[in-house]
Write a new protein. Structure first.
Lengths: 639, 216
């Protein structure tokens, strides 16, 4: 018995040792840095993916039927693709990954159908999962992956057999390493034949290759015939996707020199992370009139703060991220981490990268407990009415034929100063600047008063038919809806088999009463706006809120507390509704107004307090001197 | 830490006063209501019915009310709710504070003279001086009244503490101090206010006792 036990122990030890060794051996050439800061040269062979999803032989640029190179097998030669594709930019489908602070959702909008719906695979409160809206993985990818670096929903295998068959043709949208790491100016994410266009044509397999500077793709899966098989291409099939490589880019060994950089250049990040703020009266603004983030001006790049290792779990950079992330840099690359020291109070991290350590002279410390750093330092200067903002992902900035009208949907408002929800009940919720959208969608309400959106296909058919006569705004703005039209649509949805149909818009829920008349309810949770934190652009310290004057925020007319946020809706009756900023801060009007008003008397308070102190000081000095005189008299030994 | 220390300190103060009241009875009515009226009137009875006397009475009354409001709004959130002063508590606190400072300044001028220390306040000091200097320092043969001495000490302590108490907040309103010093001044304000409150409580208690003693 004892011998058997020892034998089992030895076997298990040997097995674990060999497993460990195998794991060690599994590390690829580029998985671990040797410490050199020099740029590794990428003169590499290209590989495509085979019909069975395996690595195909090296690509020959002279092959007229050459397949697009696969990043999984090309980049994966030296970098563990499996680890990278679990990074933040690719892991939205993984329910085991903490959702973290709510971020920018994908906004599906249709002005004529009255839809503006935040979608996300992450469990962000207020955002709906795409499948709830009837979007399959492929449909979601086709609409939104134009501003994704691939992977995630584009690479997941669908459970439906039909969708799997479609994916056999379109291929998987692999993580596009080039989207971030190709420093060549020819990297085309949003151009006429670039990545975004390929995605919209369902050319998922070809998208990454099409984006690089030495390859070109013509045709599309959408236009290809029903018998098209990418692995058995028919040369007569003219509309099917076809790959061509620039032969001059290949050396004698068939390798290609790629201008790959470790740290993604800021222009690459900007493709998905740009924004533009319109004027206070919805007037157009020009990018050249706006300043860049002060960190960029100072010479930093995005990845100086938003860092990641091989696992590509990039630091998002918000306070409290350590609770959601295991990145060792999460605590030290937030605003506070660089400028003040990390969240654990380690001051030695403050001042990294030349970050000025602020003294915050004259700012009461309560500000640091109640406000995020961004509240005073980031985003556009608050105005009486938050302005319309455009973002890359919401308005597909940087792609071709982007509508440039200020009021084009989706309507994103900024800056709105919202008190952030905190998961930890022991930590204080802070107020910070946010971008905000008012959800608008057709849905159904169940017995528990929970609203779910009606699937897009149904909305397109039923709502589209009911609203076919409403005029479309040329500016891309909402097509105006009247209450009776809402009633018609709700009835049509009811007749199509949808139980208790509702319409959510402008913070209201519209439904039909028993008599068939349209009624509305305010403050339904499903109608609440979706807001996500705005961190950039960071303004210089001299342009922070409150510099020099407390009354920038603490006055009864300040934009910070009393700015009017437009309640956005296609419904004409809700067109002029607004909500005041303090409502998003969960503050009462009386308290906010009273506090702001008290600042009128603050100079008087200072004068009275200083005057009283002076008088008391003089009395103390006077009687102190008298006491000293008495003591001196005694000590001089006079009678 | 402040919460614990402050609760203990205030408890000790109130228990000490209660014990002193019981162990050295000062007489007066036993009914709580009439006792309260009695005590309240005692605070005023010493004053003269001149214009200045009326001003003193008014100042003292306003200062007393302000102190109660400031102490309640300042200590309640910290000691009971375990959080920083905020919201309406802070607004009320900040509104009453300058009034209190003003009254305190007036009381400092009007009361300082009568609170000067004399040799009668410290007979042991007189004896020490005589022994050290061999001078004929006048000796007061009346029995030493500890209450008077403590009463005066409390008065001067109140005035002395009022300076950092007010300045610690006023200075933080100017663009002078960075975050670390802001934390320091806030902590200083908190700790000084505790000692200040105890001094005021002791002073008020002794004022009542002395008035009652005078009446008898």
């Amino acid at each position: 018995m004892k011998r058997r036990l020892i034998a089992a122990l030895v076997v298990s030890l040997v097995l674990s040792a060999s497993l460990l060794a195998a794991e060690e051996a599994a590390k690829l050439l580029g998985d671990e840095s040797d410490g050199s800061r020099a740029l590794p040269i990428h003169r590499i062979p290209l590989f495509s993916v085979s019909e069975k999803g395996e690595k195909a032989p090296q690509i020959d640029p002279n092959d007229p039927l050459a397949m697009p190179f696969s990043t999984r097998f090309t980049c994966g030669e030296c970098h563990t693709y499996g680890a990278i594709s679990k990074g933040w930019h690719f892991n939205s489908l993984d329910s085991n990954v903490p959702a973290g602070r709510p971020g920018e959702p994908w906004l599906y909008f249709n002005s004529k159908l009255g839809i503006q719906l935040p979608l996300s695979y992450r469990a962000w409160p207020g955002a709906y999962r795409p499948e709830q809206f009837g979007l399959s993985l492929a449909e979601f990818t086709k609409v939104f992956a134009r501003h994704m670096p691939g992977g995630g929903p584009g690479e997941a295998t669908p459970s439906d057999a039909g969708e799997r068959a479609d994916q056999y043709v379109s291929g998987k949208l692999e993580a596009n390493c080039l989207a971030c790491h190709n420093a060549h100016p020819g990297q085309d994410q949003g151009g006429a034949d670039g990545y975004a266009i390929q995605v919209s044509k369902t050319n998922f397999r070809w998208a990454a290759a099409a984006s690089c500077e030495f390859a070109d793709v013509s045709g599309s899966v959408t236009d290809a015939g029903p018998t098209y098989d990418p692995f058995m291409p028919d040369e007569t099939e003219e509309k099917a996707p076809r790959m061509s490589y620039d032969k001059k880019a290949f050396d004698a060994k068939g390798n290609v020199f790629m201008e790959i950089v470790r740290e993604a250049p800021k222009q690459r990040c900007y493709f998905c992370h740009s924004d533009l703020f319109c004027g206070e009266n919805d007037e157009k603004t020009e990018k050249w009139c706006a300043d860049e983030d002060i960190h960029m001006t100072a010479g930093l790049t995005c990845v100086d703060c938003h860092r990641n290792g091989l696992d590509h779990n990039i630091v998002r950079g918000y306070e409290g991220e350590t609770a959601d992330s295991n990145s060792p840099m999460a605590a030290v690359t937030s605003c506070r981490g660089c400028h003040l020291g990390d969240e654990n109070g380690n001051r030695e991290t403050g001042g990294r990268l030349g970050a000025p350590v602020p003294l915050h002279k004259g700012i009461p410390t309560v500000h640091f407990e109640r406000l995020t750093c961004t509240a005073c330092h980031s985003g556009p200067w608050p105005t009486d009415r938050p302005v319309l903002a455009k973002t890359s992902r919401a308005h597909r900035l940087g792609t071709i034929n982007v509508p440039k009208e200020p009021r084009v949907l989706p309507h994103v408002w900024a800056p709105v100063f919202v008190k952030e929800a905190v998961a930890d009940p022991n930590s204080t919720a802070k107020i910070g600047p946010h971008k905000l959208v008012w959800p608008a969608f057709w849905g159904t309400v169940d017995a528990n008063d929970v609203v779910k959106p009606v699937e897009l296909a149904v909305v397109t058919d039923v709502v589209g038919a009911a609203l076919k006569d409403i005029p479309v705004a040329a500016t891309g703005d909402w097509s105006e809806l009247k209450e009776e039209q809402i009633g018609q649509v709700l009835k049509a949805l009811g007749e199509s088999g949808r139980q208790k149909p509702v319409y959510i818009t402008g913070g209201m829920l519209f439904e039909l009463d028993d008599a068939g008349a349209v009624t509305s309810r305010a403050d339904h949770p499903a109608a609440a706006p979706y807001a996500w934190a705005l961190a950039h652009n960071v303004r210089p310290a001299a342009q922070s809120l409150g510099v020099g004057k407390c009354t920038v925020c603490h006055s009864t007319k300040s934009a910070f507390f009393f700015g009017k946020v437009t309640v956005d809706s296609p419904v004409a009756a809700l067109a002029n509704l607004t909500k005041t900023q303090y409502e998003f801060q969960k503050a009462s009007h009386a308290r906010t107004w009273f506090f702001a008003f008290s600042f009128v008397f603050r100079p008087w308070f200072k004068v009275v307090a200083i005057g009283a102190t002076a008088v008391i000081g003089i009395v103390l000095l006077l009687y102190g001197l008298k006491a000293l005189g008495a003591v001196a008299k005694v000590l001089s030994e006079q009678e | 830490m402040f919460q614990t220390v402050a609760i203990l300190a205030l408890l000790v103060t109130f228990i000490g006063i209660a014990l002193h009241w019981v162990l050295t009875p000062a007489g007066g009515p036993r009914c709580p209501l009439s006792g309260a009226v009695h005590v309240f009137s005692l605070l005023l009875i010493e004053q003269k019915s001149s214009l200045l006397g009326a001003l003193k009475k008014l100042c003292y009354l306003v200062a007393a009310v302000c102190f109660v409001v400031l102490a309640f709004t300042g200590f309640w959130p910290v000691l009971v709710q375990g959080k920083h002063i905020t919201g309406f508590f802070m607004y009320i606190h900040a509104t009453f504070a300058p009034v209190f400072a003003l009254c305190l300044a007036i009381l400092a001028i009007t009361w300082a003279g009568s609170n000067r220390f004399t040799f009668a306040d410290a007979p042991w000091l007189t004896r020490l001086l005589r022994r050290v200097t061999r001078l004929r320092v006048p000796v007061d043969n009346h029995p030493w009244r500890c209450s008077v001495a403590v009463y005066k000490v409390a008065f001067w302590l109140i005035l002395f503490l009022a300076l950092p108490l007010i300045l610690s907040i006023v200075v933080s309103m100017f663009h002078l101090l960075g975050t670390d010093w802001q934390h320091f001044t806030l902590a200083a304000h908190r700790w000084i206010s505790l000692v200040f409150a105890i001094a005021v409580i002791v002073h008020t208690y002794l004022a009542i006792r002395l008035r009652m003693a005078c009446r008898e």
